[in-house]
Design a protein around this ligand. Structure first.
Ligand code: BES
Ligand code: ZN
Length: 397
Protein backbone atom coordinates (compact mmCIF):
# COMPACT_ATOMS: atom_id res chain seq x y z
CA UNK A 1 0.00 0.00 0.00
CA UNK A 2 2.79 2.36 0.94
CA UNK A 3 4.44 1.58 -2.35
CA UNK A 4 1.20 2.16 -4.23
CA UNK A 5 0.74 5.55 -2.61
CA UNK A 6 4.29 6.60 -3.24
CA UNK A 7 3.99 5.59 -6.89
CA UNK A 8 0.76 7.54 -7.23
CA UNK A 9 2.45 10.56 -5.73
CA UNK A 10 5.35 10.06 -8.06
CA UNK A 11 3.08 9.98 -11.09
CA UNK A 12 1.30 13.18 -10.09
CA UNK A 13 4.57 14.87 -9.28
CA UNK A 14 6.23 13.89 -12.54
CA UNK A 15 3.23 14.85 -14.67
CA UNK A 16 3.21 18.29 -13.12
CA UNK A 17 6.92 18.92 -13.59
CA UNK A 18 7.25 17.43 -17.06
CA UNK A 19 5.08 19.16 -19.57
CA UNK A 20 7.54 18.92 -22.48
CA UNK A 21 7.04 16.05 -24.91
CA UNK A 22 10.80 15.58 -25.08
CA UNK A 23 11.11 14.22 -21.55
CA UNK A 24 12.56 10.73 -21.28
CA UNK A 25 12.42 8.41 -18.31
CA UNK A 26 15.45 6.27 -17.67
CA UNK A 27 16.45 3.65 -15.15
CA UNK A 28 20.07 3.98 -14.11
CA UNK A 29 22.38 2.64 -11.40
CA UNK A 30 21.73 4.63 -8.23
CA UNK A 31 25.49 5.13 -7.84
CA UNK A 32 25.48 7.26 -11.01
CA UNK A 33 22.58 9.55 -10.13
CA UNK A 34 24.57 12.28 -8.39
CA UNK A 35 27.02 12.74 -11.22
CA UNK A 36 24.25 12.72 -13.83
CA UNK A 37 22.50 15.49 -11.98
CA UNK A 38 25.70 17.51 -11.72
CA UNK A 39 26.41 17.21 -15.45
CA UNK A 40 22.95 17.48 -16.95
CA UNK A 41 20.70 20.44 -16.34
CA UNK A 42 17.63 18.37 -17.18
CA UNK A 43 18.17 15.41 -14.83
CA UNK A 44 15.51 15.01 -12.13
CA UNK A 45 15.75 12.09 -9.72
CA UNK A 46 12.19 10.79 -9.33
CA UNK A 47 12.51 7.58 -7.35
CA UNK A 48 14.95 4.90 -6.48
CA UNK A 49 16.03 1.86 -4.55
CA UNK A 50 19.52 1.09 -3.35
CA UNK A 51 20.43 -0.29 -6.76
CA UNK A 52 18.26 1.39 -9.39
CA UNK A 53 16.85 4.90 -9.80
CA UNK A 54 14.29 6.46 -12.10
CA UNK A 55 15.54 9.74 -13.57
CA UNK A 56 13.82 12.15 -15.94
CA UNK A 57 16.09 13.72 -18.55
CA UNK A 58 15.59 15.72 -21.71
CA UNK A 59 16.06 13.74 -24.90
CA UNK A 60 18.70 16.27 -26.04
CA UNK A 61 20.88 15.14 -23.15
CA UNK A 62 21.03 11.44 -24.01
CA UNK A 63 24.35 11.61 -25.81
CA UNK A 64 25.88 13.72 -23.07
CA UNK A 65 24.78 11.16 -20.50
CA UNK A 66 26.18 8.30 -22.60
CA UNK A 67 29.48 10.13 -22.65
CA UNK A 68 29.44 10.73 -18.90
CA UNK A 69 28.66 7.09 -18.18
CA UNK A 70 31.43 6.05 -20.47
CA UNK A 71 34.12 8.44 -19.21
CA UNK A 72 33.34 8.33 -15.54
CA UNK A 73 31.79 4.89 -14.93
CA UNK A 74 33.39 2.96 -17.74
CA UNK A 75 29.89 1.93 -18.81
CA UNK A 76 29.02 2.28 -22.43
CA UNK A 77 25.53 3.61 -21.82
CA UNK A 78 24.65 2.29 -18.43
CA UNK A 79 21.04 3.32 -18.52
CA UNK A 80 17.79 2.13 -20.08
CA UNK A 81 15.39 4.48 -21.83
CA UNK A 82 11.70 3.80 -21.20
CA UNK A 83 8.61 4.80 -23.13
CA UNK A 84 6.90 6.23 -20.10
CA UNK A 85 7.33 6.95 -16.43
CA UNK A 86 4.96 4.09 -15.65
CA UNK A 87 7.24 1.65 -17.40
CA UNK A 88 10.33 2.96 -15.61
CA UNK A 89 8.55 2.60 -12.26
CA UNK A 90 7.45 -0.92 -13.15
CA UNK A 91 11.08 -1.83 -13.73
CA UNK A 92 12.04 -0.34 -10.41
CA UNK A 93 9.31 -2.24 -8.60
CA UNK A 94 10.00 -5.50 -10.42
CA UNK A 95 13.55 -5.35 -9.21
CA UNK A 96 12.60 -4.31 -5.72
CA UNK A 97 10.01 -6.99 -5.10
CA UNK A 98 11.90 -9.80 -6.72
CA UNK A 99 8.45 -11.24 -7.35
CA UNK A 100 8.74 -12.93 -10.67
CA UNK A 101 6.69 -15.09 -12.99
CA UNK A 102 4.25 -17.39 -11.29
CA UNK A 103 5.39 -20.46 -13.19
CA UNK A 104 9.02 -20.03 -12.36
CA UNK A 105 9.16 -22.16 -9.24
CA UNK A 106 7.96 -25.16 -11.25
CA UNK A 107 10.55 -25.12 -14.00
CA UNK A 108 12.21 -28.53 -14.15
CA UNK A 109 15.96 -28.07 -14.25
CA UNK A 110 16.84 -31.77 -14.49
CA UNK A 111 19.83 -32.84 -16.57
CA UNK A 112 19.31 -36.12 -18.44
CA UNK A 113 19.75 -35.58 -22.19
CA UNK A 114 23.32 -36.83 -22.32
CA UNK A 115 23.03 -38.76 -25.58
CA UNK A 116 21.64 -35.83 -27.53
CA UNK A 117 24.04 -33.27 -26.07
CA UNK A 118 27.05 -35.53 -26.69
CA UNK A 119 26.13 -35.75 -30.37
CA UNK A 120 25.65 -31.97 -30.56
CA UNK A 121 29.05 -31.29 -29.03
CA UNK A 122 30.87 -33.41 -31.62
CA UNK A 123 29.61 -31.07 -34.34
CA UNK A 124 30.55 -27.66 -32.88
CA UNK A 125 33.00 -26.03 -35.27
CA UNK A 126 35.13 -23.05 -34.29
CA UNK A 127 35.69 -22.13 -37.94
CA UNK A 128 31.95 -21.76 -38.56
CA UNK A 129 31.67 -19.29 -35.67
CA UNK A 130 34.73 -17.42 -36.85
CA UNK A 131 33.32 -17.07 -40.39
CA UNK A 132 30.05 -15.60 -39.12
CA UNK A 133 31.89 -13.12 -36.90
CA UNK A 134 34.00 -12.02 -39.87
CA UNK A 135 30.96 -11.68 -42.13
CA UNK A 136 28.99 -9.60 -39.61
CA UNK A 137 32.04 -7.40 -38.87
CA UNK A 138 32.40 -6.68 -42.57
CA UNK A 139 29.29 -4.49 -42.58
CA UNK A 140 30.51 -0.90 -42.08
CA UNK A 141 28.37 -0.83 -38.97
CA UNK A 142 25.15 -2.47 -37.78
CA UNK A 143 23.76 0.69 -36.25
CA UNK A 144 19.99 0.64 -35.72
CA UNK A 145 19.40 3.72 -37.86
CA UNK A 146 21.89 2.92 -40.66
CA UNK A 147 21.11 1.14 -43.94
CA UNK A 148 24.02 -1.22 -43.23
CA UNK A 149 22.22 -2.19 -40.00
CA UNK A 150 19.20 -3.19 -42.09
CA UNK A 151 21.37 -5.01 -44.63
CA UNK A 152 23.17 -7.03 -41.97
CA UNK A 153 19.82 -8.26 -40.63
CA UNK A 154 18.76 -9.24 -44.17
CA UNK A 155 21.97 -11.25 -44.46
CA UNK A 156 21.34 -12.94 -41.10
CA UNK A 157 17.73 -13.79 -41.92
CA UNK A 158 18.82 -15.42 -45.15
CA UNK A 159 21.62 -17.28 -43.33
CA UNK A 160 19.20 -18.69 -40.75
CA UNK A 161 16.73 -19.60 -43.51
CA UNK A 162 19.38 -21.49 -45.41
CA UNK A 163 20.39 -23.38 -42.26
CA UNK A 164 16.78 -24.44 -41.57
CA UNK A 165 16.04 -25.35 -45.16
CA UNK A 166 13.56 -28.21 -45.51
CA UNK A 167 12.16 -28.10 -41.96
CA UNK A 168 8.44 -27.25 -41.99
CA UNK A 169 8.46 -26.79 -38.20
CA UNK A 170 10.98 -23.92 -38.47
CA UNK A 171 10.24 -20.37 -39.62
CA UNK A 172 12.40 -17.26 -39.79
CA UNK A 173 10.75 -13.82 -39.64
CA UNK A 174 11.51 -10.16 -39.20
CA UNK A 175 10.12 -8.52 -36.09
CA UNK A 176 9.63 -4.99 -37.36
CA UNK A 177 9.88 -1.96 -35.11
CA UNK A 178 7.87 1.19 -35.81
CA UNK A 179 10.35 3.71 -34.54
CA UNK A 180 13.58 2.78 -36.37
CA UNK A 181 14.53 0.95 -39.58
CA UNK A 182 16.50 -2.05 -38.26
CA UNK A 183 14.28 -5.11 -37.69
CA UNK A 184 14.93 -7.89 -35.20
CA UNK A 185 15.20 -11.41 -36.66
CA UNK A 186 13.39 -14.33 -35.00
CA UNK A 187 13.65 -18.05 -35.79
CA UNK A 188 10.82 -20.15 -34.32
CA UNK A 189 11.16 -23.91 -33.90
CA UNK A 190 7.70 -25.24 -33.12
CA UNK A 191 7.72 -27.59 -30.11
CA UNK A 192 6.50 -31.16 -30.72
CA UNK A 193 4.78 -31.66 -27.39
CA UNK A 194 4.75 -28.57 -25.17
CA UNK A 195 4.59 -25.97 -27.92
CA UNK A 196 2.98 -23.34 -25.65
CA UNK A 197 6.12 -23.25 -23.54
CA UNK A 198 8.86 -21.10 -25.00
CA UNK A 199 12.64 -21.11 -24.54
CA UNK A 200 14.44 -18.02 -25.89
CA UNK A 201 18.09 -17.92 -26.98
CA UNK A 202 19.02 -14.41 -28.09
CA UNK A 203 21.59 -11.70 -28.53
CA UNK A 204 21.77 -8.25 -30.05
CA UNK A 205 22.60 -7.84 -33.70
CA UNK A 206 23.34 -4.10 -33.74
CA UNK A 207 26.70 -2.40 -33.25
CA UNK A 208 27.74 1.12 -32.30
CA UNK A 209 30.79 3.37 -32.12
CA UNK A 210 31.49 7.02 -31.34
CA UNK A 211 29.21 9.64 -29.91
CA UNK A 212 28.44 11.86 -32.86
CA UNK A 213 27.81 10.73 -36.44
CA UNK A 214 27.12 7.17 -35.38
CA UNK A 215 25.24 6.44 -38.60
CA UNK A 216 28.52 6.80 -40.46
CA UNK A 217 31.02 5.52 -37.88
CA UNK A 218 32.89 2.28 -38.49
CA UNK A 219 31.64 -0.21 -35.89
CA UNK A 220 32.70 -3.80 -36.62
CA UNK A 221 31.33 -4.99 -33.26
CA UNK A 222 33.14 -8.32 -33.57
CA UNK A 223 32.94 -9.09 -29.87
CA UNK A 224 29.96 -6.78 -29.16
CA UNK A 225 28.06 -8.61 -30.49
CA UNK A 226 28.87 -10.46 -33.69
CA UNK A 227 30.29 -13.08 -31.32
CA UNK A 228 26.92 -13.76 -29.65
CA UNK A 229 25.04 -13.87 -32.94
CA UNK A 230 27.68 -16.17 -34.45
CA UNK A 231 27.43 -18.43 -31.38
CA UNK A 232 23.64 -18.63 -31.82
CA UNK A 233 24.05 -19.30 -35.54
CA UNK A 234 26.32 -22.25 -34.75
CA UNK A 235 23.75 -23.61 -32.27
CA UNK A 236 21.17 -23.49 -35.07
CA UNK A 237 23.48 -25.21 -37.56
CA UNK A 238 24.31 -28.02 -35.14
CA UNK A 239 20.79 -28.81 -33.90
CA UNK A 240 19.39 -28.86 -37.46
CA UNK A 241 22.24 -31.08 -38.65
CA UNK A 242 21.26 -33.53 -35.90
CA UNK A 243 17.59 -33.49 -36.92
CA UNK A 244 16.69 -32.44 -33.37
CA UNK A 245 13.03 -31.65 -32.63
CA UNK A 246 12.52 -29.96 -29.26
CA UNK A 247 9.47 -30.66 -27.14
CA UNK A 248 9.14 -26.98 -26.18
CA UNK A 249 9.05 -24.17 -28.72
CA UNK A 250 12.47 -22.56 -29.18
CA UNK A 251 12.88 -18.98 -30.36
CA UNK A 252 16.25 -17.72 -31.54
CA UNK A 253 16.37 -13.94 -31.53
CA UNK A 254 18.75 -11.35 -33.02
CA UNK A 255 17.55 -8.13 -31.43
CA UNK A 256 17.70 -4.70 -33.05
CA UNK A 257 18.75 -1.52 -31.26
CA UNK A 258 20.21 -2.89 -28.03
CA UNK A 259 23.07 -0.39 -27.98
CA UNK A 260 20.72 2.56 -27.64
CA UNK A 261 18.76 1.34 -24.62
CA UNK A 262 17.66 -2.30 -25.15
CA UNK A 263 14.94 -0.99 -27.46
CA UNK A 264 14.30 -4.06 -29.65
CA UNK A 265 14.27 -6.66 -26.87
CA UNK A 266 12.16 -4.41 -24.69
CA UNK A 267 9.40 -4.34 -27.32
CA UNK A 268 9.60 -8.08 -27.83
CA UNK A 269 9.64 -9.01 -24.13
CA UNK A 270 6.71 -6.68 -23.47
CA UNK A 271 4.73 -8.30 -26.27
CA UNK A 272 5.33 -11.76 -24.80
CA UNK A 273 4.18 -10.51 -21.41
CA UNK A 274 1.11 -8.73 -22.86
CA UNK A 275 0.06 -11.88 -24.71
CA UNK A 276 0.56 -14.01 -21.60
CA UNK A 277 3.14 -16.17 -23.31
CA UNK A 278 4.72 -18.81 -21.14
CA UNK A 279 8.41 -18.06 -21.50
CA UNK A 280 10.18 -20.72 -19.45
CA UNK A 281 13.72 -19.42 -19.80
CA UNK A 282 15.83 -16.86 -21.64
CA UNK A 283 19.52 -17.18 -22.49
CA UNK A 284 21.32 -14.00 -23.57
CA UNK A 285 24.56 -14.24 -25.53
CA UNK A 286 26.26 -10.84 -25.64
CA UNK A 287 30.08 -10.87 -25.89
CA UNK A 288 31.40 -14.42 -25.99
CA UNK A 289 34.75 -14.23 -27.77
CA UNK A 290 37.13 -12.15 -25.66
CA UNK A 291 38.99 -14.24 -23.10
CA UNK A 292 39.59 -11.54 -20.49
CA UNK A 293 39.79 -13.36 -17.15
CA UNK A 294 42.68 -15.72 -16.59
CA UNK A 295 41.09 -18.30 -14.30
CA UNK A 296 37.43 -18.09 -15.48
CA UNK A 297 36.01 -18.91 -18.90
CA UNK A 298 32.30 -18.24 -18.35
CA UNK A 299 30.94 -15.64 -15.94
CA UNK A 300 27.26 -15.23 -15.01
CA UNK A 301 25.98 -11.76 -14.26
CA UNK A 302 24.08 -12.16 -11.01
CA UNK A 303 21.96 -9.01 -11.37
CA UNK A 304 18.86 -8.74 -13.59
CA UNK A 305 18.96 -12.54 -13.88
CA UNK A 306 17.31 -15.59 -12.31
CA UNK A 307 19.47 -17.28 -9.66
CA UNK A 308 17.98 -20.77 -10.13
CA UNK A 309 18.50 -20.70 -13.88
CA UNK A 310 22.07 -19.43 -13.37
CA UNK A 311 22.76 -22.41 -11.09
CA UNK A 312 21.28 -24.76 -13.68
CA UNK A 313 23.60 -23.30 -16.33
CA UNK A 314 26.57 -23.75 -13.98
CA UNK A 315 25.69 -27.44 -13.66
CA UNK A 316 25.44 -27.71 -17.44
CA UNK A 317 28.97 -26.29 -17.74
CA UNK A 318 30.31 -28.80 -15.19
CA UNK A 319 28.74 -31.72 -17.03
CA UNK A 320 29.11 -30.74 -20.67
CA UNK A 321 31.63 -27.91 -21.14
CA UNK A 322 34.06 -28.50 -18.29
CA UNK A 323 35.61 -25.06 -18.03
CA UNK A 324 35.95 -22.84 -14.93
CA UNK A 325 32.99 -20.53 -14.31
CA UNK A 326 31.90 -17.94 -11.77
CA UNK A 327 29.81 -14.87 -11.11
CA UNK A 328 30.13 -11.12 -11.66
CA UNK A 329 27.74 -8.15 -11.77
CA UNK A 330 27.00 -5.50 -14.38
CA UNK A 331 25.49 -3.16 -11.82
CA UNK A 332 22.80 -2.04 -14.26
CA UNK A 333 20.63 -3.55 -17.02
CA UNK A 334 23.58 -4.02 -19.34
CA UNK A 335 22.00 -6.15 -22.06
CA UNK A 336 18.77 -7.67 -23.40
CA UNK A 337 18.41 -10.18 -20.56
CA UNK A 338 17.30 -7.17 -18.48
CA UNK A 339 14.35 -6.58 -20.82
CA UNK A 340 13.07 -10.10 -20.16
CA UNK A 341 13.92 -9.99 -16.46
CA UNK A 342 12.00 -6.73 -16.11
CA UNK A 343 8.90 -8.43 -17.54
CA UNK A 344 9.22 -11.20 -14.94
CA UNK A 345 10.84 -13.95 -17.02
CA UNK A 346 13.82 -16.08 -15.95
CA UNK A 347 16.86 -14.76 -17.82
CA UNK A 348 20.62 -15.43 -17.68
CA UNK A 349 23.70 -13.99 -19.36
CA UNK A 350 26.81 -16.15 -19.47
CA UNK A 351 29.55 -13.61 -20.19
CA UNK A 352 33.11 -13.78 -21.56
CA UNK A 353 34.91 -12.22 -18.56
CA UNK A 354 34.34 -10.57 -15.20
CA UNK A 355 33.47 -6.87 -15.16
CA UNK A 356 37.06 -6.15 -14.03
CA UNK A 357 38.47 -7.56 -17.24
CA UNK A 358 36.15 -6.04 -19.84
CA UNK A 359 37.19 -5.90 -23.47
CA UNK A 360 38.32 -2.28 -23.80
CA UNK A 361 37.77 -2.17 -27.56
CA UNK A 362 33.97 -2.47 -27.61
CA UNK A 363 32.08 0.46 -29.15
CA UNK A 364 35.14 1.46 -31.18
CA UNK A 365 36.48 0.68 -34.66
CA UNK A 366 39.02 -1.59 -32.93
CA UNK A 367 36.44 -4.22 -31.90
CA UNK A 368 37.69 -6.79 -34.40
CA UNK A 369 38.35 -10.53 -34.15
CA UNK A 370 42.07 -9.77 -34.46
CA UNK A 371 42.09 -7.90 -31.14
CA UNK A 372 43.77 -9.24 -28.03
CA UNK A 373 41.58 -11.78 -26.27
CA UNK A 374 40.37 -13.37 -29.53
CA UNK A 375 43.60 -13.52 -31.56
CA UNK A 376 41.72 -14.07 -34.79
CA UNK A 377 39.90 -17.21 -33.63
CA UNK A 378 36.52 -18.08 -32.12
CA UNK A 379 38.02 -20.42 -29.53
CA UNK A 380 36.38 -18.65 -26.60
CA UNK A 381 32.96 -18.36 -28.26
CA UNK A 382 33.01 -22.10 -28.96
CA UNK A 383 32.58 -22.80 -25.23
CA UNK A 384 29.42 -20.68 -25.22
CA UNK A 385 28.05 -22.60 -28.22
CA UNK A 386 28.53 -25.82 -26.24
CA UNK A 387 26.74 -24.37 -23.23
CA UNK A 388 23.85 -23.03 -25.35
CA UNK A 389 23.43 -26.42 -27.05
CA UNK A 390 23.26 -28.13 -23.65
CA UNK A 391 20.71 -25.51 -22.52
CA UNK A 392 18.67 -26.10 -25.68
CA UNK A 393 18.50 -29.86 -25.18
CA UNK A 394 17.98 -29.84 -21.40
CA UNK A 395 15.46 -26.98 -21.18
CA UNK A 396 13.90 -27.60 -24.60
CA UNK A 397 12.92 -31.17 -23.68
N1 BES B 1 27.57 -5.88 -24.63
C1 BES B 1 27.30 -4.70 -23.87
C2 BES B 1 27.06 -4.99 -22.42
C3 BES B 1 28.28 -5.18 -21.57
C4 BES B 1 29.43 -4.43 -21.77
C5 BES B 1 28.20 -6.06 -20.54
C6 BES B 1 30.50 -4.63 -20.94
C7 BES B 1 29.29 -6.24 -19.69
C8 BES B 1 30.43 -5.53 -19.92
C9 BES B 1 26.07 -4.00 -24.41
O1 BES B 1 26.00 -4.06 -25.79
C10 BES B 1 26.10 -2.55 -24.01
O2 BES B 1 26.92 -1.83 -24.51
N2 BES B 1 25.23 -2.15 -23.10
C11 BES B 1 25.18 -0.81 -22.60
C12 BES B 1 23.90 -0.56 -21.87
C13 BES B 1 22.67 -0.47 -22.73
C14 BES B 1 21.45 -0.34 -21.86
C15 BES B 1 22.74 0.68 -23.72
C16 BES B 1 26.31 -0.59 -21.61
O3 BES B 1 26.89 -1.54 -21.10
O4 BES B 1 26.62 0.55 -21.31
ZN1 ZN C 1 27.55 -2.72 -26.56
Amino acid sequence: MKKLLSNLFLLLFATSVSASSKDLFITIGTDAVNDSQKSLKSAVNLAGSEEISVVKINSDDVEELSKLMHDKFNRCGGFIVHDSLEEAVEVLNANDNRAFAKNMAFVDYSINQEDIVTNFLKDVDEFEIRSTILKLSSFHNRYYKAQTGVDSQAWLKQKWESLSNGRSDISVDYYKHDRWPQPSVVMTVEGTDKSDEIVVIGGHADSIAGFWGRERARAPGADDNASGIATITEVIRVFVKNGYKPSRTIKFMAYAAEEVGLLGSNEIAKQHKRENKEVVGVLQLDMTNHKGTKDLDIVFMSDYTNARQNEFLGKLIDKYVQVPWGYSKCGYGCSDHASWHNQGFAASIPFESTMNDINGHIHTARDTIEAEGSQGTADHAEKFARLALAFLAELGK
